[in-house]
Design a protein around this ligand. Structure first.
Ligand code: HSE
Length: 324
């Protein structure tokens, strides 16, 4: 891989350019640390890509992504690493270029690195005739995620790849399973304007936990999965607030955490929690209108606590990564 000279638009014949949407994802969802993730609509990264004769992956980073300090070194950029892994899988003798337009800031908690990784992998696959199905892209996207997060956790990249609500295993090779939802799941998601790097937010977690706490989390996760199947959002909401292993440790990284959570519940949310390692927080609600109201309350609470924030009311994205 190499970064090379800046790419010009006219380096890429329009007919040979693919444009891919890598969606944002919520992960953990309370007690499902590293085990559960959900693809959402509304936020994501865009990757344009075209083939080049020189082998490897060349990248161009959009201005906004540069402001957000997205990695410009292809060896550390999740889109480039995932794309390179696809080229390796295909045994490609030619290379490709990627132009990355970030819509999600790195360190936001809604799967910024995963959105780029899946978009890079999907773009590489499309450019070489789409010989791989999504299942064959699991390893490449995990490889991409690992350069950003320092671990091959799949609870952002796999929902971003497949869409929907995805359970993932912690062993290698990673297993995953989609959980069908019987009805729409209205959600509010906010991004407080602070950066929490996943690598650091993982480093502060305890290496050993009391057995009682592990049992508590396992039980809450089991009830939550059953409630997702049943479309019982009230139970889902209660369960997402029940994590005793991870979220209490990470909440300390986010000064507006308590205020946002209280505001969401007072505004009628069924539950509210961190997404991934934060600072993003999400809430579930019974209706779209309720989710919009909850979003406004969460954004206001963050601002009142001195942290600028933006938010959306959203729903599940069942498609995952796709060309646009
Ligand atoms: N499961 C991961 C974590 C997600 O919580 O560290 C990171 O976005």
């Amino acid at each position: 891989m190499h970064s090379g000279s800046p790419l010009r638009r006219d380096d890429s014949p329009a007919s040979a350019t693919v444009t891919v949407w890598g969606p944002a994802t919520l992960s953990n969802l309370g007690p499902g640390f590293d085990a559960l993730g959900l693809c959402i609509s509304g936020w994501g990264d865009v990757v344009e890509a075209w083939r080049e004769t020189e082998p490897g992956v060349r990248i161009e980073i959009g201005e906004r992504a540069l402001d957000w300090r997205a990695p410009t070194d292809p060896a550390r950029n999740t889109a480039a690493v995932a794309a390179q892994a696809v080229l390796r899988t295909l045994g490609a003798t030619e290379g490709m270029a990627l132009r990355i337009r970030k819509g999600i800031p790195p360190g936001s908690g809604v799967g910024s690195s995963a959105a780029s990784a899946v978009a890079g992998a999907w773009a590489a696959n499309l450019l070489f005739g789409a010989p791989l199905d999504k299942a064959a892209l699991v390893d490449p996207v995990l490889e991409g995620e690992a350069v950003a997060a320092g671990s091959r956790h799949g609870d952002n990249v796999l929902p971003a790849l497949f869409g929907g609500l995805i359970l993932v295993s912690s062993n290698d090779p990673m297993r995953s399973r989609r959980i069908s939802l019987p009805r729409a799941l209205p959600m509010a998601v906010i991004l407080p304007n602070v950066q929490v790097l996943t690598r650091q937010a993982r480093a502060i977690l305890p290496k050993h936990v009391p057995l009682d706490d592990a049992v508590h989390n396992a039980s809450e996760l089991a009830f939550m999965i059953d409630a997702f199947h049943a479309g019982d959002w009230e139970t889902v909401g209660r369960c997402i607030m029940a994590d005793v292993l991870v979220e209490p440790v990470r909440a300390k990284l986010l000064p507006c955490y308590d205020a946002v959570r209280s505001a969401a519940m007072e505004a009628g949310a069924l539950g509210c929690a961190l997404s991934g390692s934060g600072p993003a927080m999400f809430a579930v609600a019974e209706t779209r209108a309720a989710a919009e109201h909850v979003r406004d309350a969460m954004v206001s609470a963050s601002r009142s606590a001195g942290i600028e924030a933006r938010g959306i009311a959203t729903e599940v994205n069942d498609e995952g990564v796709q060309s646009i």
